[in-house]
Design a protein around this ligand. Structure first.
Ligand code: FRU
Length: 465
């Protein structure tokens, strides 16, 4: 069953750019019967420069068509990059809000919050900057996320910002018509000293709750937490009269893997809240060493994840449409009963496993590279990979509050997403291994006890370059 070693670290169902560098998902919207995903894109190279808005559309969140870039850095107010932002529909038109990044003649940063409007979702007319910022913030003001407040009958725009004391924060603007915006103050008083910059803020509206999602920079590692170059997490609370007040829990990381960063959510026509993240943010030297740069591309987005708020818990679940990726070929538990390894003929698989009451301990190695370990006594789950720059093994762990009862994996040639307990904890990561194999191995057979449902599907390649 061994296949010829592929010569590229391809991904075939995670959304990537045709070439160049991709970072944040932008402007997510369901508009005119299509899902639109825009993304930060340097089409000219694999460095963080020339940021345009790449554009892909889909009718099912599975198969994608690439359109021409929606925004390019061609004007005085965005000449050094059309930075991240969001989309909203009004009167049948798509409004894009984004940050124009400018280096002025003195080499200093300037940021402009800009608008572009489209009638058809393909051609965008830039309207330029909307307002100037209050003086008590540095020029690090960016990533407008706009939403409609039905109760107040207005629109809000939240922006990542930095105080003059160099602390991360978020500021809020209010508008009746998406054109005229008034500064309304800081979004929250919570976490006044939590890193030097907050990027890509988002406000997810759940049943009677708001989830404030943001990506703080400058947070120190604490045990199992905050181990990535930059973090992404959320606070749960109430948003009223232009202020967000957290209730209960502290900042919780959204994804416990390695590179996840700068996610954005949107509500689709079925009322689902769907989120894409970027895979992802890396230390510059680690990013430089990513082998796909030699192939002319780098990074991709996460799978679309449906966000649910259930029993006081945020759950992230791959959207059900992704089942369309499944080929008919499938392995079930009886196939594996007497084996301690399995080899596939391709690199793309999904695995679904549910245990009756609690999983037994396991120790798996995927593709001779990524190990997944669960200790049933301590309820600790650990993922381990090799750092492609230093060649050292590195881990991310989570202490589950309840025993492991379900696990879903999405694996590709150079990336993996792991969903535990219905998405209560999620890990995403990239990995790059020189010797390629599609072998999965496990140490003991005891993990097979108590399993109620088990399948491994080979997945279709829907994205080819
Ligand atoms: C997050 C970010 C945003 C910015 C964009 C630029 O990754 O730094 O704050 O708008 O990327 O590409």
């Amino acid at each position: 069953m061994t296949q010829p070693t592929p010569d590229k670290y391809t991904v075939h169902y995670h959304l990537r750019a045709p070439e160049g560098l991709l970072n944040d998902p932008n402007g997510l919207i369901f508009f005119n019967n299509q899902y639109h995903v825009f993304f930060q894109w340097n089409p000219e190279g694999t460095t963080h420069a020339n940021k345009t808005w790449g554009h892909a559309i889909s009718s099912d969140l599975v198969e994608w068509t690439y359109l021409k870039p929606a925004l390019e850095p061609t004007d005085w107010f965005d000449k050094n990059g059309c930075y991240s932002g969001s989309a909203i529909e009004k009167d049948g038109k798509m409004f894009l809000f984004y940050t124009g990044n400018v280096r002025n003649d003195a080499g200093e940063r300037e940021s402009y919050q800009c608008l572009a409007i489209s009638e058809d979702g393909e051609q965008f007319l830039k309207k330029g900057p909307l307002f100037t910022h209050p003086k008590n913030y540095t020029a690090h003001v960016r990533d407008p996320k706009v939403w409609k407040d039905e109760e107040e009958d207005c629109y809000w725009m939240i922006l990542g910002a930095q105080t003059l004391g160099l602390k991360g924060t978020t500021i809020l603007y209010r508008s009746a018509d998406l054109l005229d915006w008034k500064f309304s103050g800081e979004f929250t008083e919570a976490y006044p000293d939590f890193g030097y910059m907050w990027e890509c803020p988002d406000v997810l509206r759940m049943k009677n709750k708001e989830i404030f999602l943001f990506s703080p920079q400058g947070i120190e590692t604490e045990g199992d937490f905050y181990k990535n170059v930059f973090q992404t997490g959320y606070l749960v609370g109430d948003f009223k009269n232009g202020k967000f007040v957290p209730t209960g829990e502290t900042f919780k990381e959204l994804d416990r893997g390695f590179e996840f960063y700068a996610p954005q959510s949107f509500e689709d026509n079925k009322g689902r809240t769907i989120l894409f993240g970027w895979m992802g943010a890396m230390e510059p030297d680690v990013e430089n060493a990513v082998p796909t740069r030699k192939e002319g591309w780098i990074h991709h987005l996460t799978l679309p994840r449906e966000i649910k708020w259930e029993n006081g818990q945020l759950l992230q679940q791959p959207v059900t449409e992704l089942q369309k990726l499944r080929n008919s070929q499938k392995l079930t538990l009886p196939d594996l009963q007497t084996m301690n390894k399995v080899e596939f003929s391709s690199s793309e698989q999904e695995m679904v496993c549910t245990w009756k009451s609690a999983a037994a301990s396991f120790d798996w190695v995927l593709r001779n590279e990524v190990s997944l370990k669960y200790n049933a006594d301590s309820k600790r789950f650990t993922i381990e990979r090799t750092n492609w720059l230093t060649a050292e093994r590195e881990t991310r762990s989570v202490q589950l509050t309840e025993s492991l009862k379900s696990m879903q994996l999405f694996i590709e040639d150079s990336s993996l997403e792991v969903y535990l307990n219905n998405g209560a904890e999620v890990f995403s990561l990239r990995y790059f291994k020189k010797e390629r194999t599609n072998l999965w191995t496990w140490k003991k057979d005891s993990w097979k006890e108590n399993i109620t449902d088990f399948s491994i599907f080979e997945l279709k390649k829907v994205i080819e370059f």
